[in-house]
Design a protein around this ligand. Structure first.
Ligand SMILES: N[C@@H](CCC(=O)N[C@@H](CS)C(=O)NCC(=O)O)C(=O)O
Length: 205
């Protein structure tokens, strides 16, 4: 198995932490330089026509190129520790928290950074700074929801850590590129949760 990844990008970090949590060994990692457009080569496009990372190349030559699908595959192959729900009911609640983290938080942060930061101009063409700023302005309200939830429960889907925490964490971490720091912005529960994640020893560098 081979993971095409980019160590600073949020979606690959999602999969990397998922792998670390499950202590899976033996997956070769191939680092793709996004700024140098390593993912836009014909060779890479043959693996993923959407030209995005991460991509998991299976031993039979097939590819998975959606982060959540990669995690679903890994969960099936390496069921313990469980990160996506033990039964249908728990899976539904974890999926809800995970998809919210992806579509509400990660997407908003990504659009904010990609459309405003000069360092992302190599990937996002054209950049629409007004749109990016509007996304950034939405963040406090979205984060207030997370702040309230994490004041009531230790993890996003409830009492135990799950994939949803990983997805939200990579989004919060990516927001640092735009200067956002949870504690400095007054989100004390989010900051404490981020510290709990750090203590797990599985957060990718
Ligand atoms: N739906 C994909 C999205 C992957 C994605 O957007 N990856 C970004 C890095 S976080 C990427 O490859 N960007 C390259 C580009 O924008 O050209 C997933 O969840 O895996």
């Amino acid at each position: 198995m081979r993971l095409y990844s980019s160590s600073r990008a949020p979606n690959p970090r999602r999969v990397q932490m998922f792998i670390a949590e499950k202590a899976i060994t033996g997956i070769e990692t191939v680092e793709i330089d996004l700024v140098a457009h390593g993912h836009r080569s014909a060779e890479f496009a043959a693996r993923n026509p959407f030209q995005r990372v991460p991509v998991l190349e299976l031993d039979d030559g097939r590819h998975l190129s959606e982060s959540r699908a990669i995690c679903t595959w890994l969960e099936a192959m390496y069921p313990e520790p469980n990160l996506m729900g033990r039964d249908g009911v728990e899976r539904a609640f974890i999926e809800e928290a995970d998809r919210r983290a992806e579509f509400t938080l990660l997407l908003t942060v990504a659009m904010w950074i990609r459309h405003t930061h000069p360092g992302l101009a190599a990937l996002e063409q054209p950049q629409f700074p007004d749109y990016g700023r509007a996304m950034g302005e939405r963040l406090p309200k979205i984060l207030a929801w997370y702040e309230e939830r994490l004041g009531r429960q230790p993890w996003l889907a409830g009492e135990r850590f799950s994939i949803a925490d990983i997805t939200a964490m990579v989004a919060i971490d990516f927001a640092r590129v735009g200067g956002f720091k949870p504690a400095a912005a007054g989100f004390t529960h989010i900051a404490a949760w981020r510290e709990r994640l750090q203590q797990r020893g599985t957060v990718p560098a």
